[in-house]
Design a protein around this ligand. Structure first.
Ligand code: MG
Length: 167
């Protein structure tokens, strides 16, 4: 009963930023070379995930699949996480191909999901889900912010509160 809700975490646009503009000294993260590609890992995102991990069971929901555990835990200061896989359906810039795997993984449990590519299909799915479901849309040039963390902590807190009695 006191089981933590699941938090599904996207990588591109949530942890690894893109699409930002402006001078180099204002880049919103730090570049790390991962498998030969420079990724801008958002400032403070490791600490934010650590905070969330105390209240949620984190799972990677990213086209990176298993690769997410290769470098990110060390960079972010978090343990390796369970990984959703998508059978080759991953498409950059969209997210609806994650729904089947999310559904299978979460089953009847409460689920929050942060992603920069949520679309109408995702919101419609969340609305249909019988279990509590919270979608948080990130901006790909900002990633996971303090505001998102607050929203997610408030939601987890709300789930812990006993439901009001009928009558
Ligand atoms: Mg993304």
């Amino acid at each position: 009963m006191s089981e933590r809700p699941i938090l599904a975490v996207d990588v591109d646009g949530v942890i690894s930023l893109f699409g930002f503009e402006g001078p180099l000294e204002q880049v919103p993260g730090r570049f790390h070379l991962i498998d030969g590609i420079a990724h801008c890992i958002a400032h403070g995102v490791g600490e934010r995930l650590q905070t969330l991990a105390a209240h949620y069971e984190l799972v990677w929901a990213t086209g990176w699949e298993e690769r997410a555990n290769d470098h990110l835990p060390a960079l972010l200061g978090i343990p390796e996480l369970p990984v959703l896989t998508f059978g080759g359906r991953a498409r950059f810039g969209t997210a609806h191909w994650k729904l089947d795997a999310l559904e299978r993984y979460a089953g009847p449990r409460p689920l929050a999901w942060i992603d920069d590519s949520l679309d109408d299909t995702c919101y419609a799915w969340a609305k249909r889900r019988p279990a509590p479901t919270m979608l948080v849309k990130a901006r790909s040039d900002e990633g996971l912010t303090d505001e998102h963390v607050k929203t997610l902590l408030d939601w987890a807190e709300m789930l812990r509160e006993p439901a009001p009695e009928d009558g």
